[in-house]
Ligand binder design. Structure first.
Ligand code: ADP
Length: 407
């Protein structure tokens, strides 16, 4: 590890804990800004380590590894939300700035903490309860009706740690794990600690899923991008439409205001995504409920790389460095982002010749990850005036990259 703190010319060193695709996609704007990036990577071949020269390998749960890494950085931020609060506190104790703060980040790490706080703030959320026993779950089910949605407060992603249950028997293993958690039990499926119990939510009959992306700097400047629609397939986001088509303008402004308010009240710094369900109120007017928060660049903001004046990755750097934020204006009427999931076809590079010849306006972002079925390994962005045409083109490119189609 040889990166000096603050490079010549006074340009700072930004450290990112985690070497995934988000850290990787931060490299191009860092190059543009002249900011040095350093990444604490899971392995030498991690997605970001392939493109960022200073990528020491270390364990994000180890105080020693993270503090040693952080001492060489002017400010530290995150590629994911799995860094334990005590590890972040140790970085702060070593005198290194961390953005977002551990107090803010906790609301993206723990869904129970998030629900409690948003409810206090009067932000619309699904009906919810903290469940620590079978009888708690039964009582909540009686109140809101079955089926309902049960979540592990920590450690879930891409729908793991989220389960639709039709009765307490569907949740027997998790309830057993909660009981065992007093003795340090964990859920074997994803290692989530069950010590704090479970989050139960009423099943929301949403019309679609939306997301609002905001950025906030330590000085309190904030910026919001247009509200987008996120399309999920089997619990994984496959497509993002920016802006969300036919969105009620009043709903868009209320949702944007809520996201800015959450960022301010929680003291968020950097980029935050607020995931929403669009629903209908008692008068059949469109409204929304907040699903969850992510405090880092987010999949729902990948469209900004090609579709917005300032990408979420550049904005995250500006925000954590407390620089003035960039314009969040969309460059074109529509941008469609398609996620490329791993398929049976490992020779991804061979697809470029066909796809680039077919659609010269298509933008490709591949993450250097091993192809595993269902894993997010890249995305494409395409912008223009005809939404149906853009969706068809993005779908075609993703299907071709996944090997689902051959022409
Ligand atoms: P993760 O942390 O894995 O992203 P989420 O809490 O976002 O988990 O849930 C994953 C998906 O499950 C959501 O995108 C949504 O489709 C569905 N879901 C989550 N909560 C509810 C709910 N209360 N009602 C209906 N569907 C839900």
């Amino acid at each position: 590890m040889t990166t000096p703190r603050t490079a010549p010319g006074g340009f700072p060193v930004v450290g990112i804990i985690g070497g995934g695709q988000l850290a990787r996609m931060t490299a191009p704007p860092a190059v543009g800004l002249g900011v040095t990036l350093s990444v604490l990577a899971e392995s030498e071949s991690a997605s970001a380590a392939q493109v960022i020269p200073s990528s020491p390998v270390g364990d994000h749960t180890s105080v020693e590894d993270v503090v040693e890494f952080a001492r060489r950085c002017d400010v530290v931020t995150f590629d994911h939300e799995h860094v334990p609060p005590e590890v972040i506190a140790a970085v702060q104790a070593a005198g290194v700035r961390v953005e977002p703060s551990p107090e803010a980040l906790l609301h993206a790490q723990d869904k129970l903490v998030m629900r409690r706080r948003l409810t206090e703030l009067g932000i619309p959320c699904p009906d919810w309860a903290h469940v620590t026993s079978r009888s708690d779950l039964e009582a909540f089910g009686e109140r809101v009706g079955w089926p309902l949605v049960l979540k592990t407060p920590r450690g879930g992603y891409d729908g793991k740690g989220v389960r639709v249950v039709t009765g307490p028997d569907d949740a027997r293993d998790w309830l057993d794990a909660v009981e065992a958690a007093g003795a340090g039990g964990t859920d074997s499926e994803h290692g989530a600690t069950m010590a704090d119990g479970l989050l139960a939510e009423a099943m929301v009959g949403f019309t679609r899923e939306l997301a609002v992306l905001v950025a906030r700097s330590p000085s309190g400047q904030a910026a919001v991008w247009p509200v987008v629609e996120t399309v999920q397939t089997d619990g994984i986001c496959t497509e993002v439409l920016a802006p969300a088509p036919d969105l009620d303008p009043e709903l868009a402004s209320r949702a944007s205001e809520s996201a800015l308010r959450i960022a301010g009240e929680l003291g968020v710094t950097g980029v935050m995504a607020v995931e929403l369900f669009e629903t209908r109120d008692g008068d059949d007017r469109p409204t929304y409920l907040v699903n969850e928060l992510a405090m880092r660049p987010h999949n729902s903001g990948h469209w900004t790389i090609d579709g917005s004046v300032t990408s979420q990755f550049e904005q995250h750097l500006r925000a954590v460095l407390d620089l003035p934020l960039g314009s969040t204006r969309a460059r074109e009427r529509w941008t469609v982002m398609g996620n490329v999931l791993g398929g049976d076809y490992p020779e991804l590079y061979a697809t470029y010749r066909h796809l680039m010849a077919r659609d010269p306006a298509m933008k490709f972002h591949l993450y250097g990850k091993d192809v595993r079925p269902g894993r997010k390994i890249g995305h494409v962005d395409v912008s223009g005036d005809d939404l149906d045409d853009l969706r068809a083109r993005a779908r075609h490119a993703c299907d071709y990259l996944q090997g689902v189609i051959t022409e």
